[in-house]
Design a protein around this ligand. Sequence first.
Ligand code: PLP
Length: 399
Amino acid sequence: SSPWSQFEMAPTDPIVGLNEIYNKDDFPSKVIVGVGAYRDDLGKPYVLPCVREAEQILMDKNLDMEYTGIAGEPKFVDLALKFVYGEDSVPIQENRVHGVQALSGTGGLRVFGELMAKHGHKHIYVPNPTWGNHIPIFTNSGLEVRKYRYYDAESSDLDFTNMMKDIKDMPKGSLILLHACAHNPTGMDPTMEQWKEMSETIKKQGLVPFFDCAYQGFASGDPVKDASSVRMFVEDGHLISMVQSFSKNFGLYGQRIGALSVVGADEDEAKRVVSQMKMVIRPMYSNPPRQGARIVTTILEDPRLTQDFLDQCRGMADRINLMRTLLQDKLAEAGSTKNWDHITKQIGMFAYSGLNKDQVMEMREKHHVYCTADGRISMAGVTSGNVDYIANAIHDVSK
Ligand code: PLP
């Protein structure tokens, strides 16, 4: 008998599986606004020109393909941390922020989960809703996942009052995950005043804040502005930890490039934590791939390429924001009398439309427009060519 006979077919991932359903549909004007990957206005994948240039520079250097260290490329980690904390950040200047290269956001989250589970943490609080993968990542790391209220579906708005209530109920020493900007899936971030209140309460409660920063530069178009929440917490004296992803802002999805870092009370403490991250990494995947790190390093160590990156990143954010306005306008044009203000109020890659599961399914079957079951629309997939069609489909299933 086969050693595999008792293996059952696992369910397909709700987000990744959407592509498979879409690919089987042969309707000519089908549209997918599912996976969170940027598309240009023709609906095509986009490689930033600064990335192409960096690739050419690297090619001309004839670099070797040796293993990097367990913690990845030190120069990349250094530049990645300065990119988010800011060069003038006090703990950066005091050399008490250290980190490792990570297999993008996902890999960094998993390493962090295991690290904390190994060091006495039993649970982590995540917003409700949150990026779907957070839950199995932390569960598989050995942490119990608890939720705090974040979003009010009724008003399509941040549920700040209840979020603060839940934060005040968290036991001292609890880990709390915060989306640094462009909250996925709701696209709704706290204001800076609200972040301030959260920072104070999180400190008063003695919680351990952990930032997931997957969209730096993608929310407002400006990576410095998008790092404001993180920088405020650091200025307020929190000893934060953070995972960064370069998938969206640099368009390096398949390169799996990110960083996991920690702010220590002093240099020695931060280095001790990093040494423990390496203990998690070594038996998991030994060391990370090099090309993505080399690309980001080549860009961020060159002022001209950095400026090109900033312009190109802003270009992506601007296009998405233009599509938000267009989608809202087209909904009105299609005759919708519903309030769609949240589409332009939300930021980042997604519009959390408020469509329910039945409406999402109807939109798939009747209009061949594919978004995730929670009504999350990837704005990156909306183009000037398909926005009318999408608006009409949304209106038809929601009227
Ligand atoms: N965290 C959040 C909030 C995300 O939305 C994503 C991607 O969708 C990730 C992390 C991880 O992405 P990656 O592993 O490509 O960096």
